[in-house]
Design a protein around this ligand. Structure first.
Ligand SMILES: Cc1ncc(CO)c(N)n1
Length: 223
């Protein structure tokens, strides 16, 4: 089994649970309430900028030129997708740039962004890449699973299509190939750190959707 497959297999129950989250079930059925999707989208737009920064730092750490291109392109793409949320869903749902800018990161989003940025800045390149892999891979698989059973006329279809697309899946295969090469060249302790980083990020993906469904926010005096 490839190293990337071992990451996937080790976290399979968590992925199943991610697919079964009410947010994703209702996204597939097209019945997800608009307030929940808007909450998610605003947080995701914040997330995508932090993710883009983490990708750019990881690009700078790459041990070869291909990795610089691979992760710098992904950083660029994260910001392109962030902008398309503003020009697409946010405009359709009447979320102005001012409202977006005035909405702070929720605890789940703050946690995930902080984790990715801290790991990108402080961890060795193979571990930084492993922490970023769930962001690609889980979205690609959730996108495909939802695409396969998406309701006709689903208002969230453009979201589903982005992550189910062959272009996105090709990017995921490329990141898996990089992870496999890095794992093959790594020590056992680095491979263990890669497993831990992948799992941390996969757990934060679960939390991000769960938080959006619950419209979770800072409590009491922290608001
Ligand atoms: C939280 C999150 N993870 C991954 C992706 C995929 O880029 C996304 N848009 N949002």
């Amino acid at each position: 089994m490839s190293f990337s497959q071992s990451l996937w297999q080790a976290n399979l129950p968590l992925f199943q649970s991610t697919l079964e989250l009410p947010f994703n079930q209702e996204l597939a059925a097209g019945s997800l309430n608009r307030e929940r999707f808007c909450h998610y989208m605003i947080q995701d737009a914040h997330y995508l900028v932090a993710y883009g920064r983490a990708l750019a730092v990881t690009a700078a750490k790459s041990d070869n030129a291909e990795g610089v291109v691979q992760f710098a392109n992904a950083a660029n793409e994260a910001v392109v997708v962030e902008r398309s949320l503003h020009d697409g869903f946010m405009r359709d749902y009447g979320i102005t740039p001012d409202r977006f800018a005035a909405t702070p990161l929720t605890p789940a989003c703050h946690h995930y962004c902080s984790y990715l940025l801290a790991t990108a800045w402080s961890a060795a390149y193979p571990v930084a890449v492993a922490a970023l892999l769930p962001c690609f891979w889980i979205y690609a698989e959730v996108g495909r699973a939802i695409h396969a059973r998406s309701a006709a006329g689903n208002p969230y279809q453009p979201w589903v299509d982005t992550y189910a697309s062959e272009e996105f899946h090709a990017v995921v295969r490329g990141v898996c190939a990089t992870v496999d090469r890095l794992a093959a060249e790594a020590t056992e302790s680095t491979r263990a750190a890669m497993h831990a980083a992948y799992r941390d990020a996969a757990r934060l993906e679960w939390m991000f959707w769960d938080s959006a469904y619950r419209l979770a926010d800072w409590q009491g005096p922290l608001r």
